[in-house]
Design a protein around this ligand. Structure first.
Ligand code: PMP
Length: 364
C-alpha cells in the first residue's frame, strides 16, 4: 500500500486514520446487511440507524437542543448560499446583513443578491481580507432577516474566535471549514451549516443546523429540494441521501466523541497545533510572513508567504519530497496554505514546523 503523506489539503482534506481503517474493513460488507454501505437502501433499517447515530453524535458533541433540526443535504455549501436567502427572506424582511471577511463570504453575498438587495455591514476587501471587523465597526439592522458571516475563511485564513453579536436578528454562519473545531454556543445561531469535506467527512453531504421557528419562513412555493421544510418533513430522506458520506460523518463524529474525548479536547489540540506553526512564522524574523493579522489568525488554515516565488516553489516541492503535501496557497493569495483540520495529527504539524525551520536555515 502507498505510504500516507501528511496531507495539508484545504478540502477535501485529511480524515482520521481510524475512520479510514474502519471504512476499509467494512467496505465490502457491513455486518448486518452483508453488503457495502454503497449498496444498501437509504431507507433500510441499517442506514436509518447510521443517519440517526450521525444526528445523535452531532447533537451530543455540540449540545444541540430539540429547538433545532439537523439536516443532511447535498449540493455543497454553495447551494446554501442560495437556499439561505430563498428560505429566510420574506416580503416583510426582504433584506439581510452580510459581513464579508473573505472569498467565501463574497461568493455567498453574490448569490444572496440574486434573491434581494443585501446590506453589506463590513467588507475586508481593502486589505485583501487579512483581518476581521473590530467591535463597533458595524451595527446590525434591527429589521434584517438575518446576519450572515463565515466563521473561517478557508482561502484567506481568518477566523472568528467567537460569534458576532446579532442581538435579536438570527445569526447565520458558514462554518464549512471549521465546524466541530471547538464547542459552540448553538443557541446563539439561527442557522449554521458546513459541507463535510474539510472537518467532518468526504464531499457529498452538507450539514445544516436550523432553529425550528425559522422553518415558518420557508415558502411552500419554493422548489421542493430547495425548501428546508421538505427536508425536515422527510427526515433528510426526501430523496436518496448521500449514504456513503453520511456513514463517514457518523464514524468521524464517533472518533471525536470516543477517541478525542469531545470538542473541548479537540479545541485544545487545535490550539496547540496552530501555535506550533504561528510560532515558527513569528520566530522566522520575517522569512515567513503570515497573511492574517495576529488576532484574526485561523486555527484551521495557516496562510503565509516566503520572500520570493522561487522560494515558494522550492518550499512546496521539497516539502512534498518529505511527505508534506498539498501546501500550495490559493491562487488569489499565493504563498503557502497549511490546512490543519481536526484530523491532522500533531506529529504532522511538528514535521511541517521542523521543515520550515530547516528550509529557512538552508536559504538564508
Ligand atoms: N464555504 C467555505 C468556507 C468553503 O471553504 C467552501 C469550500 N472550499 C465552500 C463554502 C463551498 O463549499 P462546496 O464546494 O461544498 O460548495
Amino acid at each position: 500500500m502507498t505510504e500516507r503523506a501528511y496531507n495539508f489539503s484545504a478540502g477535501p482534506a485529511v480524515l482520521p486514520e481510524p475512520v479510514l481503517a474502519e471504512v476499509q474493513r467494512d467496505l465490502m460488507a457491513l455486518p448486518g446487511p452483508r453488503a457495502s454501505i454503497m449498496e444498501i437502501s437509504h431507507r433500510s433499517a441499517t442506514f436509518k440507524e447510521i443517519l440517526g447515530a450521525a444526528d445523535a453524535n452531532l447533537r451530543k458533541l455540540l449540545g444541540i437542543s430539540d429547538d433545532y433540526e439537523v439536516l443532511f443535504l447535498q449540493g455543497g455549501s454553495r447551494l446554501q448560499f442560495s437556499m439561505i436567502p430563498m428560505n429566510l427572506l420574506s416580503g416583510v424582511q426582504p433584506s439581510a446583513d452580510y459581513i464579508t471577511t473573505g472569498a467565501w463570504g463574497q461568493h455567498a453575498l453574490k448569490e444572496a443578491n440574486k434573491q434581494g438587495d443585501m446590506n453589506v455591514l463590513w467588507d475586508g476587501g481593502d486589505t485583501n481580507y487579512n483581518c476581521l471587523p473590530a467591535a463597533g465597526d458595524y451595527e446590525v439592522n434591527k429589521d434584517a432577516a438575518y446576519l450572515y458571516y463565515t466563521s473561517n475563511e478557508t482561502i484567506h485564513g481568518v477566523q472568528f474566535g467567537e460569534e458576532p453579536n446579532s442581538g435579536d436578528v438570527p445569526l447565520v454562519c458558514d462554518a464549512s471549514s471549521d465546524f466541530l473545531y471547538r464547542p459552540l454556543p448553538i443557541d446563539r445561531y439561527g442557522l449554521i451549516y458546513a459541507c463535510a469535506q474539510k472537518n467532518i467527512g468526504p464531499a457529498g453531504v452538507t450539514i445544516v443546523v436550523i432553529r425550528k421557528d425559522l422553518l415558518d419562513r420557508c415558502d411552500e412555493n419554493l422548489p421542493g429540494y430547495l425548501n428546508y421544510k421538505t427536508h425536515v418533513d422527510g427526515g433528510s430522506l426526501m430523496n436518496t441521501a448521500p449514504t456513503f458520506a453520511i456513514y463517514v460523518v457518523r464514524l468521524v463524529t464517533d472518533w471525536l466523541l470516543n477517541d478525542i474525548g469531545g470538542l473541548d479536547k479537540m479545541y485544545e489540540l487545535n490550539q496547540a497545533k496552530a501555535k506550533l506553526l504561528y510560532d515558527a512564522i513569528d520566530g522566522s524574523e520575517g522569512f515567513y510572513e503570515g497573511h492574517a493579522t495576529v488576532e484574526s489568525r485561523s486555527l484551521m488554515n495557516a496562510v503565509f508567504r516566503l520572500p520570493s516565488d522561487e522560494l515558494t516553489k522550492a518550499f512546496i516541492a521539497q516539502a512534498d519530497e518529505r511527505n508534506l503535501t498539498a501546501l500550495g496557497g490559493h491562487r488569489s493569495v499565493g504563498g503557502i496554505r497549511a490546512s490543519i483540520y481536526n484530523a491532522m495529527p500533531l506529529a504532522g504539524v511538528e514535521a511541517l514546523r521542523d521543515f520550515m525551520v530547516e528550509f529557512q536555515q538552508a536559504n538564508p
